[in-house]
Each structure stands twice: as C-alpha cells, then as structure tokens.
Design a protein around this ligand. Structure first.
Ligand code: NAP
Length: 280
C-alpha cells in the first residue's frame, strides 16, 4: 500500500516511523519545504519525494495531510476533487469542525477521515519525528458517520498498528473540549512567556533563576508560532470562550490576594490542586 504524507514534519513523519514494521507499506512525501522533504528522504521517513501534490496523489492509496490547519481546510476539498473511488484521504490537524465543514458536501466525502492524534511535542520538522510518539496515545476520529465504513476500517487497522487507541467524536464537541484542554494551555504558556520576557530582559537572569516549574509551564511556548496561530484562528469561537473563563479565574485570584483573603486563597488553590486526582 502506498501512503502519501502531505507534510513530512513531526506528525506526518512520526506516522511513517511508527509503521516501519509494516513491510507492505511504502511512504512517499510532498512538502512545501524542499528542505523538509530532503530531510525526510535522508531519515528514511519517506522513500519517494514528489515534485507536485498531483503527482503524489496519483501514486497513493492513502493520503495523510499533516500541515497547518488553515492549509488543511483549503487542501482537503482540492484533494477530494482529484481522487479515484478507492483512495482514502486523512487529515491529522488539531482543529476539526472547520476542516469537516470544508468537506461536508463534497461528492467524495465518504473517502475522507478527519483525525487528531492526541500526541505531540513542542518540536517540529522531520528531525523531530519519532516512531514511539503514538504508542498508547489516542487518535480522535471525527464525524465518522460520514466516512465509508470499509475505508474507515482500513484506516483504523493502520492506526492501531501505529500504536493508537481510537476515539470517535463529533467535530464541534472535539473543538469545544480541545479549546480548554489543549489550546488554552498553549495560550497561557505563550502569554506567560511574553509576560516574563517583557519584564526580565536579561536571558542570563532567567536561566539562572528558572527552576523546573517555570521550564515546564513555558515549555509549550517553544512550539511553532505558525502552527498555533493557525489553530487559534480556526477554533476562534471556542478559544475566545476559553480565554474569558481563564481571565475570570485570574481575576478571582487577583482579588483574593489584593484583599488579603489568605484562607480563601488557600481554598482556591486546593480546588486547583484537585487536578491531581485526574492526572497523575
Ligand atoms: P511541522 O513539523 O511544522 O510539519 C509541517 C510541514 O508541512 C512543514 O514542513 C511545512 O513546511 C509543511 N507545509 C505547510 N504547508 C504546506 C502545504 N500547503 N503543503 C505541503 N506542505 C506544507 O508540523 P506538525 O507538528 O507535524 O503539525 C502538522 C499538523 O498536525 C498541524 O495541523 C497540527 O495542528 C497537527 N498536530 C500537531 C501536533 C503537535 O504537537 N505538533 C499534535 C497533533 C496534531 P513549512 O515549515 O515551510 O511551512
């Protein structure tokens, strides 16, 4: 089976590396960045590089699109226009509703699978890809009632072989939950980093005084700005609700500190600490 990776970075590249044990699969790549495409060939992520998307589509049985979400939304209908009835098109973008809507009325909608791997790092590009990224991680598949059942089954088998467990979800529900659990975490990390960089101009001081708490809280701010600006804009409605909820919490904290309400402050922090029961 021939699998075309449109976008050979962390997410696309790791899918190929996770399936190295499947000798029946051949991976090819098409990436806007010539450097990334060259690196993916060098690292054995793909064994073929294509000069055009059309050429890659003609070669592939399955097309996996892992580029920024705004570009995915534009590419999916274009790819669906080009494919023959046996091909499968998948996307691995971090937002789902707008992407699903872009394909919803397409005559080839049944050949499309909207996915989101709940796995990643703050690094990007093919050099950041690794074969264990998806081991025992969840892959959310959205609006699968609109995908042909035989194609869904084929892709689910492949995904489980890559290490994923599969969860089905409505695309709007997905974006609602991810806005709070993932997108808001990145927003707070970027904002915290900006606040600190604004006040602490000396990198040496940050390095000398930063403990593991600071490092782990700002880790997400090392992520790709182009990828995350695209995610925030594509999930704008839910992300804005998340920011409002977060601002309310910051205001509560500010007031408790300002008014010297130490007992209530401690109770507030106890409530926040409840996250330990869920994530350990
Ligand atoms: P990445 O490492 O930056 O790789 C993306 C690659 O796609 C880059 O080489 C990029 O080139 C290329 N590209 C951009 N637009 C393109 C286009 N129109 N056609 C062909 N290639 C194009 O990014 P990633 O981390 O793999 O993320 C890919 C997708 O996965 C995103 O939609 C993201 O939301 C999703 N995702 C990411 C994570 C994560 O933790 N990173 C987790 C789950 C899902 P340039 O660098 O030149 O733009």
């Amino acid at each position: 089976m021939n699998i075309l990776l449109v976008g050979v970075g962390l997410i696309g590249g790791s899918f190929s590396l996770a399936l190295k044990h499947r000798s029946d699969l051949t991976f090819g790549g098409f990436d806007k960045s010539e450097e990334a495409q060259g690196k993916a060939l060098e690292l054995g992520i793909v064994s073929k590089g294509f000069a055009s998307l059309k050429e890659g589509i003609n070669w592939a049985d399955i097309i996996v699109v892992s580029v920024p979400v705004k570009a995915i939304k534009e590419l999916i209908p274009q790819i669906l226009d080009e494919i023959h009835p046996n091909q499968i098109v998948v996307d691995f973008g971090s937002t789902k509703e707008a992407i699903c809507t872009s394909a919803s009325t397409h005559p080839n909608r049944g050949q499309f699978i909207a996915g989101h791997p709940i796995a990643g790092t703050e690094h990007s590009g093919p050099s950041a890809a690794f074969g264990e990224l998806y081991r025992e991680m969840n892959l959310i598949l959205c609006d699968t009632n609109l995908t042909d059942s035989d194609k869904l089954k084929t892709f689910e088998v492949l995904s489980r072989d890559a290490g994923f467990s599969i969860i089905h979800m409505d695309s709007r529900e997905h974006d609602k939950h991810l806005a709070y659990i993932s997108h808001l975490s990145h927003i707070t990390s970027f904002a915290l980093s900006c606040a600190v960089l604004q006040k602490e101009k000396d990198g040496e001081v940050i390095l000398d005084l930063a403990g593991s708490g600071f490092a782990s809280t700002v880790r997400l701010a090392k992520s790709s700005p182009s990828m995350w600006s695209s995610i925030f804009m594509e999930n704008k409605e839910m992300v804005l609700k998340g920011i409002e909820a977060y601002k309310e919490e910051l205001e509560k904290l500010k007031e408790l500190i300002e008014m010297n309400k130490e007992e209530k402050l401690e109770k507030y922090l106890e409530r926040g600490r409840e996250i330990r029961r869920i994530l350990e």
